[in-house]
Design a protein around this ligand. Structure first.
Ligand code: HEM
Length: 402
């Protein structure tokens, strides 16, 4: 009575059971007596060398970060079982078949490009083997302007859910919370968004809630040096890079996530005139082009001077302070906006091999001088090791437990 039937996840779907069919025909059909229209039926593969959801293009419209704290009794064996269950859940949710014993499989059936990305925090790795924790997998060093509230910091396990529709995200979050409950308890949740799918032409850089085009100068997965900046490799230099003689070998194919919750003071920002707002960043508000001219993707001319002999991009401008001359000191940014009615801002996420060599020096410069600081405050901070990708039959994070 009332016991949900276990669903067979291994069976390939003959057709969309309410619709996992990414074909354009499915999008064009009428939906009356035929295939369901819309993009909800699109499913992304969750297998591969890297987990889905880090470089997924275009980035999904909705994101939810859920951080968990391990229960005191969850030992190494418990972590192993937890990761096995999580792996099955990721496969079921991403494909649209739903996790085992899903009481509402209809809510899983239209994943809208759902990705579930799993990361581990310092506490989890320490419980497995403290010698396996890379130096960077720790709370970030403090910055003078940080005002961390304690509400959105750290955690032992991170699940990042992203999709073009908030419904499959809500469902996935509930199913994961159910399956993780005996191993871990929720610590915090943060939700963010970009423009809805279809609101802008494909490839348009997102806008943040200050109105700026945000994400222009960013390494692209198509760049030759992207892998070296973002994915943790097995090469000896990674072992020395992490400073612990290979403590990160189990992370080959993974990456390091830094997540900062950054509140925006939009009321006072709105009082600044347009030139003032543009000088704060060093770029135009309408097109995102540098103040030194061109279009959005024209390189910034940091040397250009105006009639008064002053640099066109002011010394305090955000892009001047954030820009790195060192090509190894770059990060892959994937921010989303947040707005819960009472507060709004940016969930600033970035991926890299080693936050101590990439995020930290950039943030040190911004902390020291950046006019943007007048209107933004960092109130949450977390670092997670995003686990390497996995293939069918493999378990997420298996190398950590070897
Ligand atoms: C560039 C906004 C925080 C690193 C930019 C740009 C905008 C922007 C509008 C110019 C367009 C672009 O290239 O994306 C913001 C806002 C922030 C914020 C509103 C906070 C709410 C941060 C933080 C970091 C960062 C915390 C890293 C520590 C960068 C980098 C660039 C950039 C690396 C590109 C610089 C270059 O041109 O080389 N940001 N940003 N930003 N930002 Fe931020």
């Amino acid at each position: 009575l009332g016991i949900p039937a276990l669903r067979d996840r291994g069976t390939p779907q003959a057709g969309p059971p309410g619709g996992v069919d990414p074909s354009p025909e499915a999008d064009r059909s009428s939906g009356i007596g035929g295939e369901l229209p819309g993009f909800g039926g699109e499913a992304l593969p969750c297998h591969g060398a890297h987990q889905a959801g880090v470089t997924t293009t275009p980035p999904a419209a909705h994101a939810r970060y859920v951080s968990y704290r391990l229960r005191p009794e969850t030992d190494r064996d418990g972590i192993r079982r937890m990761l096995r269950i999580l792996t099955g859940d990721v496969e079921g949710l991403a494909s649209g078949t739903g996790p085992l014993a899903d009481p509402e499989p209809e809510l899983a059936a239209r994943p809208a490009r759902l990705t579930v990305t799993v990361g581990v925090g310092p506490g989890l790795v320490d419980r497995v083997d403290p010698l396996k924790r890379p130096e960077w997998l720790a709370p970030l060093p403090p910055f003078s302007r940080d005002r961390l509230s304690g509400q959105h910091d750290g955690g032992d396990l991170l699940v990042l859910l992203q999709a073009d529709d908030p419904l499959p995200i809500a469902h996935a979050a509930r199913m994961l919370a159910r399956d993780l409950a005996s191993f871990a308890e929720p610590l915090w949740t943060q939700q963010g968004f970009r423009q809805a799918r279809g609101a802008e032409a494909g490839g348009t850089t997102m806008r943040n809630l200050m109105g700026q085009v945000d994400g222009t100068v960013n390494p692209s997965p198509a760049d030759e040096d992207f892998d070296g900046l973002v994915w943790i490799g097995g090469a000896p230099e990674d072992a020395s890079r992490d400073g612990r003689g290979g403590a990160g070998a189990w992370l080959e194919g993974g990456t390091a996530l830094v997540l900062r919750r950054i509140r925006m003071e939009l009321d006072t920002w709105d009082q600044v005139d347009r030139p003032g707002r543009e000088q704060t960043i060093g770029r135009r508000l309408d097109t995102g082009a540098p103040l030194t001219g061109g279009d959005e993707h024209t390189p910034v001319d940091y040397e250009a001077r105006n009639a008064l002999g002053l640099t066109v991009i002011p010394s305090f401008a955000h892009v001047r302070r954030a820009h790195s001359e060192d090509p190894d000191e770059r990060i892959f940014r994937r921010a989303v906006n947040y707005d819960d009615g009472a507060e709004s801002g940016l969930l600033f996420a970035c991926y890299q091999r080693n936050p101590l060599r990439q995020f930290v020096p950039i943030q040190r410069r911004l902390d020291e001088l950046d006019l943007l600081n007048e209107w933004v405050t960092h109130t949450g901070s977390a670092v997670f090791a995003i686990l390497p990708g996995f293939e069918p039959g493999e378990t997420l994070g298996a190398a950590l437990l070897e």
